[in-house]
Design a binder for this molecule. Structure first.
Ligand code: SF4
Ligand code: SF4
Length: 168
């Protein structure tokens, strides 16, 4: 990841847009203690660490943020939000940035697309594999109940998941 800031890439409108939201208003309270990053279970894999994301939103670095891998690596465990001493709602801000990324037409990682497809087709983000089904049978466990996906498909159609799956 680029560690220098090119001022031509700064988007004031992005910062202002985020700050207008209920969650965005918490950003100004961040004093860069790094607790969010040290609490995050996936921070080690992220190209932009959680505390850096906060600073980058403030700097209006929208283009870098919506293209970073970390945006989709976040497991939305809310640990950063729980532990932040300043009440910064980072997990929700990341969800908001995903929305911005989709609006900008950024291609999502394959794994995200796969999870969306599983959700639409089976009602589960991770569909049980044939191996798991056979194992359950062998252990005399009840089979995994199927889910009525009609309401899920309705939800998918009303959200940007439909754009990811190109089903709209
Ligand atoms: S834990 Fe909160 S205050 Fe500390 S760096 Fe993260 S967002 Fe900022
Ligand atoms: S919500 Fe995302 S950024 Fe925050 S701690 Fe969990 S994985 Fe890390």
């Amino acid at each position: 990841m680029e560690r220098t800031t090119n001022l031509s890439k700064v988007s004031r409108t992005f910062f202002e847009e985020v700050m207008k939201s209920h969650m965005g208003r918490t950003l100004s309270c961040c004093y860069q203690c790094g607790t969010c990053s040290s609490s995050c279970p996936v921070a080690e894999e992220m190209d932009i660490k959680p505390h850096e994301m906060v600073e980058m939103i403030k700097l209006g670095l929208k283009n870098t943020l919506v293209r970073c891998k970390a945006l989709w690596q976040c497991s939305t465990c809310y640990m950063c939000t729980e532990r932040c001493p300043q009440g910064v709602k980072l997990a929700s801000l990341i969800l908001g940035m995903r929305d911005v990324a989709l609006r900008e037409g950024i291609v999502v990682p394959r794994s995200v697309e796969e999870s969306c497809k599983n959700l639409n087709d089976t009602g589960r983000l991770i569909a049980p594999s044939r191996f798991q089904m056979e194992k359950r049978l062998k252990l005399k466990l009840p089979s995994v109940p199927s889910i009525d996906t009609e309401s899920i498909k309705g939800m998918v159609n009303k959200t940007r998941v439909a754009d990811i799956l190109k089903v709209r």
